[in-house]
Write a protein that binds this ligand. Structure first.
Ligand SMILES: [Fe+2]
Length: 249
């Protein structure tokens, strides 16, 4: 299995490339529109066919690259159920619910409903039965769980209580050795483990549900740079930039 973590410096977003090297097919999770050329070039250089683009949620801080990658490669776009309004539906190939699995060769990707940052957010558990150094279980935690942090809950359809339940009941119940790969990082981290986050994540360690809700409410965060642009585009599916209608997810 090939596993790559790719970074967009403007939005501090991680995109994940996973591929089965026997069948030479790949999955991209949370591609960024501005990085489509980079991702397409890498796929070409590695001689990989893109089969699926998965989204963890409707992003508020960057525009997805899934639609452009779909047009360029014929890949299937898969998004969490209930993530989108109706008129973008013709650009979505499949909705995914909690517990559903996408398979590609030896790779299994299981959706874990983790609402709270948005109401339809999914984390993806990759090879959840893996327990060796060569084949570790990984969770792509999206914006539900960041390394020593978590996604904000004051925008879009955020709900701090739901996020606390998602992290403590869906993610912190995974085996301790499960590697955590977040959707963003702003401090230079790239990977953590469930064990580490249970012990050292300051938003959750030692905090009750009500204490977490109170903490999130007093954060008073500024709007992210691209929220006004990205959230409506990603949710509704139309980008009017450059005088063209580009449907995104
Ligand atoms: Fe987000």
């Amino acid at each position: 299995m090939l596993f790559r973590q790719l970074f967009d410096a403007e939005s501090c977003t991680y995109t994940y490339l996973m591929a089965d090297l026997d069948v030479r097919e790949a999955i991209l999770v949370d591609p960024v529109k501005k990085q489509v050329a980079r991702d397409f070039k890498l796929l070409t250089e590695l001689d990989l066919s893109l089969r699926y683009c998965l989204e963890t949620h409707v992003h508020g801080d960057h525009i997805t690259g899934a639609t452009q990658l779909r047009a360029a490669t014929g890949c299937l776009v898969i998004v969490p159920n209930h993530a989108l309004v109706s008129f973008a539906e013709r650009h979505i190939d499949r909705y995914i619910d909690h517990g559903e699995v996408v398979t590609l060769g030896d790779i299994t990707v299981e959706a874990l409903a983790t609402p709270g940052h948005t109401n339809s957010h999914m984390a993806y558990l990759v090879n959840g039965d893996g327990d060796s150094f060569d084949w570790p279980a990984r969770v792509l935690s999206g914006d539900a769980l960041l390394i020593r942090g978590c996604g904000r809950t004051d925008l879009q359809s955020g709900d701090a209580g739901k996020l606390y339940d998602s992290v403590t009941q869906q993610l912190f119940t995974l085996p301790d050795y499960t590697e955590v790969y977040p959707g963003h990082d702003y401090r230079g981290h790239s990977v953590s483990t469930i064990s580490e986050e249970k012990q050292w994540n300051p938003r959750f360690a030692g905090r009750s549900r009500s204490e977490f809700i109170e903490f999130m409410q007093q954060l008073d965060l500024p709007d992210p740079k691209k929220t006004m642009e990205a959230a409506p585009v990603n949710q509704q599916g139309v980008n009017q930039q450059n005088g063209r209608s580009i449907v995104t997810v």
